[in-house]
Design a protein around this ligand. Structure first.
Ligand code: COA
Ligand code: MG
Length: 295
């Protein structure tokens, strides 16, 4: 699916929580991620795997992207998780704790050569010190001749904090901002989407909104979320605002006037616009149309 697809709100749902899985069918999220990793205790991994296969087969998620998060390649659960993913056929498989290009190709080999897995995309979580250090290579590996189906990157900020021992004061993400920005660069260089990590304090709407605003300012496409409370703010903040759409229409209208046909640069309401701004404007309008089409 195209990377213009909205991924403003991407909701994790524990693989073992059937009530939350049912609720996912009614929430206006852009994607649901059925988790087999950290929200599922080791003793119930097997049951969760079977549950997620059943839930995905049952369907009912409409236009939402359906994603399955598998345990990291280095774990005892990985092979069975990938086998379950092949059986369940979600829209995408989200790989955990990706640290190397080899892990992407290994997942690719699981999916390749079977007609029924043709349409399954790969998403990669980057959430370890090694993964962050190698993120540019991981993203750039989409260009190797054999290629693979990596569509986007997902940051795992809880794991990043745990591993690096960074301690945030008053939720100020200054100490990790450089890593987040580097991840955005890696994604953009290769045309991948990129999603921010979760905000744990799901009862604090103000704090959540501030983190969404920050992620959007950093260039991210959306937020991974953990609770229904977070859906509306994420959709609102990552979607194009009315003011942005109005401005986008004005930019396109200005360049389409016959007297401006040969001009590369114009003045619009006291600011300079160039032809490249048509692309920015068109993207906002296309995104709004995609969002409308999801409703
Ligand atoms: N997806 C879908 N529905 C969810 C949900 C989620 N992630 N989290 C909560 N809900 C539902 C609950 O089932 C409940 O529904 P109900 O009214 O039909 O009973 C409603 O939203 C209100 O939930 P609430 O009581 O406020 O929260 P909770 O105590 O049930 O759950 C968490 C809190 C944190 C355990 C839960 O939100 C959760 O498991 N989130 C996802 C965690 C996860 O996947 N982590 C891994 C990635 S970081
Ligand atoms: Mg994690």
């Amino acid at each position: 699916m195209s990377n213009l697809r909205p991924r403003r709100s991407v909701l994790y749902i524990p693989g073992s929580n059937t009530r939350a899985q049912a609720k996912g069918r009614t929430l206006p999220v852009d994607a649901v991620v059925f988790d087999l990793e950290d929200s599922v205790a080791s003793e119930v991994k097997k049951a969760a795997r079977e549950q997620v296969i059943e839930t995905i087969r049952e369907g009912g998620y409409g236009n939402r992207e359906v994603v399955m998060r598998v345990n990291a390649a280095r774990t005892e659960f990985y092979e069975d998780d990938m086998t379950a993913a092949v059986a369940a056929r979600p829209d995408a498989v989200l790989l955990s704790k990706v640290e190397s290009v080899a892990e992407i190709f290994a997942a690719e080999r699981h999916l390749r050569g079977r007609p029924e897995t043709h349409g399954i995309a790969l998403w990669a979580m980057v959430e370890t010190a090694r993964g962050l250090q190698d993120i540019a290579n991981i993203a750039a590996s989409v260009r190797t001749p054999e290629g693979h189906r990596l569509a986007g990157l997902v940051l795992g900020t809880n794991d990043i904090l745990r591993e690096t021992r960074v301690k945030l004061v008053d939720e100020n993400r200054g100490p990790v901002a450089a890593w987040l920005s580097f991840a955005v660069l890696a994604a953009r260089a290769e045309g991948l989407f990129i999603l921010d990590g979760v905000y744990n304090d799901f009862s604090n709407t103000t704090g959540f909104e501030a983190e969404c605003e920050e992620a959007r300012a950093l260039g991210m496409d959306g937020k991974t979320i953990i609770h229904p409370n977070q859906v509306e703010p994420a959709n609102r903040i990552f979607g194009p605002s009315e003011a942005e759409l109005e401005d986008a229409r004005a930019v396109i209208e200005a360049f389409s006037r016959p007297e401006n046909a040969a001009r590369g640069v114009l003045s619009l309401n006291g600011r300079m616009i160039e032809r490249m701004h048509i692309e920015v404007a068109q993207r906002a309008l296309d995104m709004a149309a995609q969002i409308d089409a999801l409703k």
